[in-house]
Design a protein around this ligand. Structure first.
Ligand SMILES: NC(=O)c1ccc[n+]([C@@H]2O[C@H](COP(=O)([O-])OP(=O)(O)OC[C@H]3O[C@@H](n4cnc5c(N)ncnc54)[C@H](O)[C@@H]3O)[C@@H](O)[C@H]2O)c1
Ligand SMILES: [Zn+2]
Length: 366
């Protein structure tokens, strides 16, 4: 088992990564010295596979768990689900010392974390992420929340879990498309912070695509270390944490204009990161060879790297980018790369260049 420490003073916690961790959920929770009541929040897909082992482990360690199952998919990240979860917690009389276990992907993690942040003004929670995206990204860093009709993640909080348990065995049942989407965030960490990780991904991608446990454990731990370090320096996104949004300005806008239907998040940010790499070549001198390596790695990971938009769709994309909640004073700010492993945030980019980056690639490949 690998352990990554998230350094946030009194709110510090450990991320444990390895196979078979679900079976140790109860013992791990017992070490946190919480109350004996807890609620496992999960979704229909994850619940039918993993609620039973999670429950057995909690019961064996002396806990009294309740089960809350929400529908699978993004629609569960709503105020309505928040209310349903809190109603059930209240009906079952969970109290201040009780805790929540978020068992599922990023949707369950964000929702259950927000339930934990708000029920009785905050009770403890433990993340058990079961998608690659959740293991390397959403379960780390304490952003929790739900969506509004007006947009994603518009209501939420910064609320840290007490522990994150990444059981690599749970990834075995993840649909291929979801798994590939998670790789888009993995590759992102190489581009924004760590050229060594990027080279390692180029080398180890075949093992990663086969979900080889050793390769996965090493890569997930590295990604968590990078995210933990960034979050440790800037917990509430007043500055440096923005680098985690590399590729997300265009990615989020693509998701929004396709009404969160056509692309998974990882697919949209794969296109967004390739476009950001092209912009970086024009504005920050990112070598063309690096643009090429970035594009190739996303392609090898089974992800889309370009999008064809007509004039109307392009107009919508720009409008969506300007609505992004990271925009301040009407100005779209990009994260761009100087080289693989080093990025700069807060870059202003003229609309014309964005359009060009989406159209053409200054690639050396044929
Ligand atoms: N809080 C953050 O910092 C942060 C960061 C990135 C993304 N997010 C959020 O995360 C969400 C996306 O998360 P996601 O990609 O994990 O999606 P998800 O939670 O919807 O999971 C994807 C699908 O896989 C299923 N699934 C999950 N684990 C499985 C398993 N082990 N086996 C089989 N099926 C499984 C789920 O039921 C779902 O159908 C978005 O809402 C996004 O906003 C949050
Ligand atoms: Zn993302």
């Amino acid at each position: 088992m690998r352990i990554v420490h998230v350094p946030l003073a009194a709110r510090s916690y450990a991320i444990k990564i390895g196979p078979g961790l679900l079976g140790r959920l109860g013992d791990e929770c017992a070490r946190l010295k919480l109350g004996n009541r807890c609620a496992v929040i999960t979704d229909t897909n994850v619940g039918k596979r993993f609620a039973k082992p999670a429950f057995e482990s909690l019961l064996k360690a002396g806990f009294t768990p309740s089960l809350i199952v929400v529908p699978a998919g993004e629609t569960a990240k709503s105020l309505k689900s928040l209310q349903a979860c809190c109603d059930q917690l209240a009906a079952e009389r969970l109290e201040r010392k009780s805790f929540i276990v978020a068992l599922g992907g990023g949707v369950v993690g964000d929702l259950a974390g927000f339930v934990a942040a708000t029920y009785l003004r905050g009770i403890a929670f433990v993340q058990v992420p079961t998608t690659l995206l959740a293991q390397v990204d959403s379960s780390v860093g304490g952003k929790v929340g739900v969506n509004l009709k007006a947009g994603k993640n518009l209501v939420g909080a910064f609320y840290q879990p007490r522990l994150v348990l990444c059981d690599l065995d749970t990834l075995k049942t993840l649909p291929m498309r979801e798994y590939h989407a998670g790789l888009a965030e993995v590759i992102k960490y190489g581009i924004i912070c760590n050229a060594v990780l990027f080279s390692r991904l180029e080398r180890d991608l075949p093992g990663l695509l086969k979900r080889d446990p050793k390769t996965l454990a090493a890569v997930i731990a590295r990604c968590c270390e990078i995210k933990a370090a960034v979050v440790g320096r800037d917990e509430t996104e007043s500055g440096q944490r923005a680098i985690l949004n590399f590729g997300h300005t265009i990615g989020h806008a693509l998701e929004a204009i396709s009404h969160y239907g056509k692309y998974l998040h990882g697919e949209a940010i794969s296109i967004g990161q390739v476009a950001a790499a092209n912009l970086s070549a024009r504005l920050l001198g990112l070598p063309i060879e690096d643009v090429d390596r970035i594009t190739t790695l996303f392609e090898r990971a089974g992800l889309p790297t370009e999008v064809k938009l007509n004039a109307t769709q392009r107009g919508k994309l720009f409008a969506a980018m300007k609505l992004d909640k990271k925009v301040s004073g009407g100005e779209i700010k990009f994260v761009l790369a100087r080289k693989i492993g080093q990025v700069k945030f807060g870059c202003q980019v003229p609309d014309k260049l964005i359009a060009q980056a989406l159209d053409s690639r200054p690639s050396i490949r044929h």
